[in-house]
Design a protein around this ligand. Structure first.
Ligand code: FE
Length: 207
């Protein structure tokens, strides 16, 4: 996460630029959805986080350290929620790309076949996690001790605090799809998996 001078308590964390234009994911995810989701929701988490930590000991921590240090602490829940949502959303924008979908890079494809059998089985498991997450949350492809797994998390929860290595995620909060798909979460999820998901980003994260 890009940070400004920590002495400047007016802008500790900044909203990273979108990796593509706001209308680049259209029509799967419309420019209107990206405009609100990135410009209002994601920006809002950044702004709230900065308000909550300004002038506290937490102001000097990196975003990931802030997330792991506040996880599970009820008196720090508001800070955790904002920090994790900043990170989760930055990761989400990078999990998508215009003209995505298709075949993963060879190393990831091999790991997918070892872990799930086929790419279709992997996508099906991601879609099931995304559609069965009750209420707001996320579906994730993660690396767990050399094996790929699909997990889902509620609200702002993130695999970063679970000892898992996130490879890609899908936002299934209603704000991610409601303008385009209304209540049809499955249509949003399947369209994203077929046409926008960036397997190259997931492969890069295997590192
Ligand atoms: Fe979101």
């Amino acid at each position: 996460m890009t940070r400004t001078d920590p002495i400047d308590h007016t802008a500790l964390h900044v909203l990273p630029p979108l990796p593509y234009a706001e209308d680049a994911l259209d029509p799967i995810v419309s420019a209107k959805t990206v405009g609100f989701h990135y410009g209002k929701h994601h920006q809002g988490y950044v702004d709230t986080l900065n308000k909550l930590i300004t002038g506290t000991d937490l102001a000097s921590l990196s975003l990931v350290k802030l997330i792991t240090d506040t996880a599970g602490k009820t008196d720090k829940a508001a800070i955790f929620n904002s920090a994790a949502q900043v990170w989760n959303h930055t990761f989400y924008w990078r999990s998508l790309r215009p003209k995505g979908g298709g075949a993963p890079p060879a190393a990831l494809q091999t790991l997918i076949e070892t872990s799930f059998g086929t790419l279709d089985a992997c996508k099906k498991e991601l879609a099931t996690a995304a559609t069965t997450q009750f209420g707001s949350g996320w579906a994730w492809l993660v690396l767990d001790a050399g094996v790929l797994k699909v997990v889902r998390t509620g609200n702002a929860e993130t695999p970063l605090t679970m000892g898992l290595k996130p490879l890609l995620n899908l936002d299934v909060w209603e704000h991610a799809y409601y303008l385009d798909y209304q209540n049809r979460r499955a249509d949003y999820v399947n369209a994203v998996l077929d046409k926008l998901i960036d397997w190259g980003f997931a492969a890069d994260n295997l590192g």
